[in-house]
Design a protein around this ligand. Structure first.
Ligand code: NAP
Length: 284
């Protein structure tokens, strides 16, 4: 039976550390603040945003929400971002995705001041990650890396297979792994013989959004399995992309869903807001 990587417990530990940092910043007259922009009425986004606001409040980060209607124009969205870029009391800006299809999310991300880009989606921050320089790393990949570090999983030289190549998970995670000297394979919907690749992996990261997709016959004994996927079954149960009951019998380490990568994503967001508020105030 695999060791279960407890993202919930580690996230709680990180939140307490960040809370102490926030208190120290408060003593210097700095009050970290996150602004979240949401456009339209996406049900899942509402839940994510609520969790983020709760976590911020818990560590003493103030939180302001900007709920824009579904028919918001690109110009209006950019004006909101520009206003937040200028506001000195705002240290982090997060544009919750998805946004309505008539809006261009990449242009919107690019218009966020990169120093306030706590999601790490600005091309400057992505470029800095590619160059292995200090930057805002997007929260889910950052959370995965932190979780592996906590459990002393050896990354240098490891054969890492990432299934999923989105801009928010797969691609930045591949870069993080490469920066830590892993040999990285990125898979996606056009990948041939996926099983042949996952079977060779020392570390497998699943990020495709397909319930119970990775089965025990797709991994080698003692592989480390990270499950980023979040899928709600018809029964209402929340599961990942990994068939946890069978894969956990064969893997050496595994993350559960819920309680694995999800809470880590929010903890790293908090971390990034604290870093941004220090950076913007000239504190290392
Ligand atoms: P996404 O943008 O929809 O990307 C999904 C990726 O999976 C794409 O690259 C797609 O390939 C690939 N894919 C789909 N079906 C596949 C298959 N059968 N075999 C191989 N690859 C396949 O998703 P995302 O935003 O990265 O999210 C992925 C999952 O992670 C979702 O369940 C999401 O809810 C979850 N998530 C969790 C967190 C967290 O905090 N835990 C954060 C973000 C996302 P193509 O590129 O070829 O289409």
């Amino acid at each position: 039976m695999a060791v279960i990587m407890d993202g919930k417990a580690l996230a709680q530990k990180i939140r307490l550390e960040e809370k102490e940092k926030v208190e120290k910043l408060n003593q210097k007259g700095i009050y970290p603040k996150l602004a979240v922009i949401m456009v339209g009425e996406d049900k899942a986004s509402k839940v994510y945003v609520k969790n983020k606001s709760k976590a911020c409040t818990e560590v003493g980060i103030s939180y302001e929400e900007f709920l824009l209607p579904e028919n918001t124009t690109m110009e209006e969205l950019l004006q909101t971002i520009e206003m937040l870029n200028k506001r000195e009391d705002v240290h982090g800006i997060l544009l919750q995705s998805p946004i309505p299809k008539h809006l261009d999310i990449l242009t919107a991300f690019e218009s966020i001041d990169f120093r306030k880009d706590v999601d790490g989606f600005h091309p400057i921050n992505i470029g800095r990650l590619a160059l292995n320089r200090q930057t805002f790393i997007s929260c889910t990949p950052h959370g995965v890396m932190r979780l592996l570090e906590e459990y002393h999983v050896e990354i240098a030289g490891a054969n890492v297979v990432i299934v999923g190549r989105s801009n928010i998970v797969g691609k930045p995670l591949a870069q993080c792994m490469l920066n830590k000297d892993a040999t990285v394979t990125i898979c996606h919907s056009k990948t041939k013989d996926l099983k042949e690749l996952t079977k060779k992996a020392d570390i497998i990261v699943m990020a495709i959004g397909k319930a119970n997709f990775l089965t025990a016959d797709m991994i080698k004994p003692n592989a480390v399995v990270i499950d980023v996927g979040i899928n709600r079954l018809d029964t209402g149960k929340l599961v990942g992309d990994v068939n946890f009951p069978e894969v956990s019998q064969k893997a050496s380490y595994i993350t559960p869903v819920p309680g694995g990568v999800g809470p880590m994503t929010i903890a790293m967001l908090i971390h990034n807001v604290v870093v941004a508020s220090k950076y913007l105030n000239g504190i290392e």
